[in-house]
Design a protein around this ligand. Structure first.
Ligand SMILES: C[S@@+](CC[C@H](N)C(=O)[O-])C[C@H]1O[C@@H](n2cnc3c(N)ncnc32)[C@H](O)[C@@H]1O
Length: 188
């Protein structure tokens, strides 16, 4: 069977991230991707998990304690400033990143990812990414404000220089109700 959106997002990272690397969960929310990334890089790796909401940071912290995972730095800030949190030895050494756009499930639907900060974050991560590594973006766009972010992001990734990046779009085009899709950007 074709992989569903979340499975495919994880599959892409499983194919490219190596043990011991530093990776980023740019929208940690309830921490599902953080736990996944933490296991993927292993004890010698490092995950930077960032979210703008205190509630998300607490929820991710609880998941990490529950799963006894210790290789994660939690950051309560906008991902637009992610570059400020990279240690000098981690700059230009990133093994991958994931974004899940939209709002935190079972929370305030008005707090959403927005095009300007999302694009600033993606562009900063692309700058620090190692060759052949990926930024995987799961684009939820059915909520209020989601369409504008989707359009801006598509415009941004479509114009990335093809000599420097491969850009993939993956999604199911016969599904109803504005299904999410993946954008994956690979540094050549
Ligand atoms: C769809 S949820 C993420 C779900 C998460 N990946 C999980 O596994 O539960 C989107 C998250 O992005 C966060 N967010 C919104 N704007 C942000 C920003 N500028 N910087 C970082 N996080 C942001 C929201 O607070 C929310 O938790």
């Amino acid at each position: 069977m074709l992989k569903g959106i979340l499975k495919y997002a994880h599959y892409l990272l499983e194919e490219t991230v190596e043990k011991g690397e530093t990776v980023i969960d740019a929208t940690c929310g309830n921490g599902h991707d953080t736990v996944f990334l933490s296991r993927l890089v292993g004890e010698d790796g490092h995950v930077l998990a960032i979210d703008i909401q205190e509630q998300a940071i607490q929820s991710t912290k609880d998941k990490l304690v529950e799963n006894r995972l210790k290789n994660v730095s939690l950051i309560h800030d906008s991902h637009a400033y992610i570059g400020d949190y990279l240690q000098p030895e981690e700059e230009a050494r990133l093994g991958g990143a994931i974004f899940n756009l939209g709002y935190l499930p079972r929370s305030d639907k008005k707090i959403i990812t927005e095009s300007d900060s999302t694009i600033t974050a993606v562009s900063s991560i692309l700058y620090h990414l190692k060759q052949h590594k990926l930024v995987v973006i799961v684009v939820y766009h059915g909520h209020e404000g989601g369409e504008a972010e989707k359009k801006a992001l598509l415009k941004y990734v479509t114009t990335l220089d093809q000599k420097k990046f491969n850009v993939l779009k993956y999604g199911f085009i016969n599904q109803r109700n504005e299904p999410p899709f993946i954008l994956a950007v690979q540094k050549k």
